[in-house]
Ligand binder design. Structure first.
Ligand SMILES: *Cc1c(COP(=O)(O)O)cnc(C)c1O
Length: 349
């Protein structure tokens, strides 16, 4: 295949498990409950009565950006929108690293940074997180920055798959970095954690925060993410963004959930209560090591993670084998009870 870059031939695409009959899909950190029916109906009504399918979307997505800005507590020109955060990751890589420099990540973490960097021929430097609490080895991170040509670094707050928030030391280190390094803080799980670094953005013009509508907002099917940053950076992202990157219906869906915020986000306390229950169960198993989580999933390790993952899938619960452990999404109360029962079956307690 001489017509394709050889580094791409070796690259594995992002993959998610596919099983034909899964009762409880708890592998992708979606909220387990669909959008309320009245909101689906409103969206259907927009599609039927108002949306002109023959017309391009509003290329600036002004209404949506205005509503997102109000929600995030910034002005409109601090928001850029993406076809999922994945598109924003790629835009950032194009803007900061392409043909110019490398990225830094701390593993285990979200794999898309690495995958998308490689598709663009951008080198990835990864440092390990401590096994006890998954904090970043900051001395190593600093050494890597001093030695290599790092143009951007990606952290998740709280991290996926391990569920931990950035520590104060880590945040202080990010603040200490040269303004020539782009710092991406992915707050995909913000609504579950309640912690954000948005208020720091005015002091750090090299920082960018990503958020998504795929998790707490229950719009994974629509593909919508956004970046929050100083207008100088937002303007750059706007240059890289494909024209009409969001379907009109996706923009409308985003506006709709923001208008009905409490109907959507009111489920979060239940998810947090369920998270505590599942954590308590896992914590009580001598064969399992489990970590605290600020997101809508829990990370744990067992004597044989692959076997446990496969066995749970056979029993009807799909969880994700990733980062040298297992990540289970918090589902409905019934789903979580089945997770507990199925883990008990497998471990023969
Ligand atoms: C799920 C997730 C996202 C969401 O990506 P989209 O492309 O918006 O669906 C982003 N970052 C992290 C760390 C995630 O876990």
């Amino acid at each position: 295949m001489n017509l394709i870059r050889s580094d791409l031939l070796e690259l594995n695409a992002y993959s998610s498990d596919h099983y034909s009959s899964i009762e409880d899909k708890l592998d992708a950190n979606e909220v387990a409950v669909d959008l309320p029916l009245f909101l689906k109906q409103k969206l259907g009504d927009e599609l039927t009565n108002y949306l002109s399918a023959n017309r391009y979307p509003d290329g600036l997505y002004l209404n949506l950006r205005r509503k997102i800005a109000a929600y995030a507590g910034v002005s409109d020109d601090w928001i850029s929108i993406g076809n999922g955060s994945d598109e924003l990751i790629r835009s950032v890589l194009i803007a900061s690293c392409l043909s110019r420099g490398d990225i830094l990540v701390a593993n285990p973490t979200f794999s898309m940074y690495q995958i998308l960097a490689k598709t663009l021929g951008i080198a990835v430097h990864s440092i390990d997180r401590g096994e006890e609490d998954f904090t970043i080895d900051l001395a190593k991170a600093q050494q890597t920055i001093d030695r290599e040509n790092i143009k951007a670094l990606f952290v998740v707050h709280p991290n996926s798959p391990t569920g931990n928030l950035l520590t104060e030391d880590e945040i202080n280190w990010l603040k200490s970095l040269s303004r020539d390094i782009l710092v991406v803080i992915d707050e995909a799980y913000y609504e579950f954690a309640g912690h954000s670094l948005v208020s720091e953005l005015p002091k750090h013009p090299n920082w960018l925060i990503f958020r998504t509508f795929s998790k707490a907002w229950r719009l994974a099917a629509f593909r919508l993410g956004y970046a929050i940053a100083a207008p100088e950076l937002v303007n750059i992202l706007e240059k890289v963004r494909l024209p009409y990157n969001l379907p009109t219906i996706t923009a409308l869906a985003g506006e709709l959930v923001l208008e009905h915020r409490s109907d959507i986000l009111s489920i979060i306390p239940e998810i947090q209560t369920e998270r505590a229950k599942l954590w308590q169960f896992l914590q009580g198993l001598p064969q399992i090591k489990v970590w605290k989580s600020d997101a809508n999933f829990i990370y744990f390790r067992s004597p044989n993670d692959r076997l446990l993952q496969q066995d749970l899938a056979k029993q009807g619960t799909l969880i994700r084998l990733t980062g040298g452990g297992l990540r289970v999404t918090i589902g409905t109360s019934e789903q979580n009870q089945r997770t507990i029962d199925r883990i008990k079956n497998q471990l023969v307690l």
